[in-house]
Design a protein around this ligand. Sequence first.
Ligand code: NDP
Length: 451
Amino acid sequence: MKFDYDLFVIGGGSGGVRAARVAAQGGARVALAEEDRYGGTCVIRGCVPKKLMVFASEFPDMMSDAQAFGWTVHAGGFDWPVFKSKLHAELDRLEGVYRNILKSNGVDSHDARATLADAHTVELSTGARFTAKHILVATGGHPVKPDLPGVEHALTSNDMFHFEALPKSILINGGGYIACEFAGILNGLGVEVTQYYRGAQILRGFDSEARGLVSEEMIQSGIDLHLGTNVLEMTPAKGGTSVKASNGITKTFETVMFATGRAPNSSDMGLEAAGVKLGRKGEIVVDEYSQTSVPSIYAIGDVTDRVNLTPVAIREAMGFVETVFNGNPTPVDHHLIPTAIFTQPEMGTIGLSEEDAREIEPVEIYCSSFKPMQQSFAGRSARVMMKLIVSVASRKILGCHIVAPGAGEMIQLAGIAVKMGATKEDFDRTVAVHPTMAEEIVTMKTPTRVS
Ligand code: NDP
């Protein structure tokens, strides 16, 4: 059968654009449909604008550190409209880069919503239909809010980049990556931040000592964090939204944001009618090659709800192209993925938490928490933490957890050693880089505990 295309990609985010570009560079005839902005969550309403806001929010502390180092500087005020217009100009530029990548590689882009008509046919909202030998679904995910009275008054992370003016106060509900990152950002920008989290400690699933330090530092920096607390109902009130919470407190906040998780963009796409199996959360079920239950249809990125991170979606895209177009079946390796949470301080992490590791085998824990030189000199009480989880049997580093300014940068490099299977003795043999915070990672000689 003759198809219009070798590959039709649905979704122009990081994963979809990478797959389309690389397949086209290899000579495939490729089309891509995107109903919203090119670049997807990461570029338009996630990692990129979030990180720029993190940078913006860090200046007040830098300013007071500068004073402590003898500089005569005054922070003045933060001009949100100035920052916002630069932020959106940058996002426009990046969207242009994404569009251009497709164009310059000969990919046909369609600014339209695409649904599946059958295993080889895509139908666009424009009414056009195209056949393709392979279809790749890379439609990402979206924020979800629990069903509770008045929840329609709460914003989500998508709205955080579009304030007309910064609110005076905000309640953030949730304790995951997004809730904690925006708590730090908005606090740094001068918004009064209250955060409710239903569990006993934020950032569930990460190493508990690391979570504890992040949470302590967030509170120290002025975030009013309430653990074991959830929103019960919300009603519009003078000056914002009145929020009744499970801690017995009813309080009005100018703005409320829910960061209570994300769900795959898989509905109303004709997936199930075409025979594509979905999981309980609506995620597309795929095998290690990202192939769905329909052999001609593949799926990558957040819509598959495997590890919902941009670089993972990109890996999945590359694995897909290798497998399908280069005759080189390449499963995606989801083991030992380093990641950073851009809280203030940042957390960088790879591998097992202490709690998970000791369920599996006996481990030695090396942990050092200290005041770093720069902040200590400036009179700040902020602490950082370096932690290694070591297998007693193999001596391998099973987990590395860093809470410190720049932890994201540090874990990228430490992650290489951990991924290579480095042992504690390999770390010990590496000479310290002095004076740095990261040198602690190779100078911890005595286990803090063995469990
Ligand atoms: P997460 O799944 O990380 O966190 C969701 C939070 O909402 C949890 O604290 C959860 O509590 C809480 N929650 C869920 N349901 C309810 C409910 N009904 N009522 C109250 N609280 C609720 O989701 P995020 O939205 O923060 O982030 C989504 C994903 O995006 C992340 O998992 C990550 O993969 C990715 N991401 C990565 C970033 C990075 O790499 N730096 C940054 C931002 C996002 P509980 O813990 O009790 O379940």
